[in-house]
Design a protein around this ligand. Sequence first.
Ligand SMILES: Cc1cc2nc3c(=O)[nH]c(=O)nc-3n(C[C@H](O)[C@H](O)[C@H](O)COP(=O)(O)OP(=O)(O)OC[C@H]3O[C@@H](n4cnc5c(N)ncnc54)[C@H](O)[C@@H]3O)c2cc1C
Length: 617
Amino acid sequence: MSQTHAVAIIGLGPKGLYCLERLLSEFYARPLKQSLHVHVFNRSASFGASPIYDPQQPDYILVNISVGEIDLWTANNPPIVAGRGPDFLTWYQQRFQPREPLSGKEYLPRAVVGRYLVEGFNRIRDNLPDGVRLSCHHGEVTDIEPSGTGYWLQFVAAEGHVQQIVADKILLSTGHSRLRPGNAENSYHEFARRHSRAAFVPYVYPVKETMRSIPTGTKVAMKGIGLTFIDAVLELTEGRGGHFYRTGQGALAYAASGKEPQSIIPFCRTGLPMAPKSYDLPQFDRPLTFIDDSALAALHERLRDRKLDLENDLWPLFEAEMELNYYRVAMGSGEWRQQLDSCGKNADEMRSVIESYHRAYLTAERFDYRSVLDPAEYRRFADGSSFASFVEQYMEAEIARARLGQAGSAIKAGIEIWYELRKVLSGFIQFGGLTPASHRRLVEYWFPRFKRVVFGPPIVNIEKLLALCKAGILDFSVARNPSVSLDESSGCFRVCSDAISGATRSAEILVDARYPPVDIPQDASPLYRKLSARGMIRAYENRETGLSSSTYSPGAIDMTEGSRFVIGANGQPNEDIAVTGIPTEGNLVGNLTVARDEYSSRWAVQVMEQLRWREGR
Ligand SMILES: Cc1cc2nc3c(=O)[nH]c(=O)nc-3n(C[C@H](O)[C@H](O)[C@H](O)COP(=O)(O)OP(=O)(O)OC[C@H]3O[C@@H](n4cnc5c(N)ncnc54)[C@H](O)[C@@H]3O)c2cc1C
């Protein structure tokens, strides 16, 4: 038996950081007989921050949660060995001493949050308990090979040398990954190789480097109109010396530097940018009305003998919650609102009050979340410019709604209750709680649609997109669900929207401005490819047996429930390797946050128990 236990944490973004902190605090509270050597590995030099919160990135790349929610030091059992550090707001106040203290509702640069995370890591590193050694390895783990009772980790350091490091227990906290290119991406790469003017950018991060290759004055088509797209667009505009300013009317306008592309041509399924978040998004959990303890107990009871059906079992409750929150605002504070509130948890009564309200107010807008999800669905557009004007009006309307906030906009109040509904869903989706068909529909249909209207950027970023439309840089003419073809004669990508008659644009550059989803079998990283090839991991599958046997694989890694030990190709759990965060997304949901999840504590306890058990053998 070696005299020192070795634990490896592969990936030191926020999730790895929380796990490291818990492990050290557990060791401090209940030390082992032997010493502990913790190896942390991170591809980027900023331990704790990850490329998402890279402290070097430009300041116009903003977080998409308000900073009042960020706190590294919420764990307390056992107490933090490094002592409780400052929450983000306190840290910011101490560090920058702004004249006006932050309210917590601000959306600050991701780089600033990165500095907070890195300083948090430094605090942990500088306060190790006795008996612990910490080695920080900057570079990439490319393989894990079983060896006796432990593992060899193949590590390629950032400076290029290759090393083998031994570990007894391993945590995969590898975060966001890239996928192997599919047929379409390969054809774009080959097209760009054949035509000197053409280029294909498969991934936008780090934006400073990837966007640098795009020449001034070119036309750039961008696939995906989400948060990643905004980062890329801001790099091509503000990042090139342009600036945004407020006009006398209060709107944002853009003054170009002349170094921008000639035009940026975004496209996606709906052709619409995300809706900005309400300015008054609550920072705490809000109680639901129809999904209370007894409704949850009834659902769990049903789960004992069958998987849940999304549309039959859950959706009616979700619709009732959205409607209630919409009409609470729409009806104001008078008699109608009192009648609504008096219905309590009775959805039928609530609907009859709503019907009476609409009979009394014939022009009052009915709640229709489907039209919020895709307001262009039943509209026809004569040409590209009419669709582009529609998008501008859409952005103006969404900015106005977000400024009214949940208190002033019934639509925002109704739709943003999805924050709470998603938490409910996460309790049922995991480990096959939903039927495979429902699981697929949720992940592939409902999640992307709600994500667009609920988890959008701060208001200022949609104002910036609008200003760039008005400045003639952003061109939404072909944005709605187009096809991309390769025009050999011009050497340009052709983007052609079937939904908008005759709308076509050509671009020398094509950028994939989406963030890749989790897809373990398609993961491009050497580590996951090797682990898959060795049969040490496999993709999770939601399976329903019986008459209607069916399966769904959302792309997540397979693991045991609770302990999160990876499961190999032979179906056996490996109690030495656990996984957390993004690779589990699709089975678990809610990993896409900088906040701590409870698993960090569980992992630390279980590793310490396992090592203690080894010592007792
Ligand atoms: C573009 C973008 C913006 C986001 N903005 C926000 C936001 O504003 N607010 C918010 O709450 N959430 C945001 N998120 C969600 C994000 O998922 C989480 O905030 C958080 O970064 C997740 O932490 P993580 O540690 O699981 O993963 P990551 O942050 O991805 O960190 C994983 C780390 O592991 C390293 N790594 C991976 N593989 C290896 C290997 N083989 N060897 C060595 N190191 C490895 C990576 O280099 C990285 O440093 C954003 C996500 C994206 C994609």
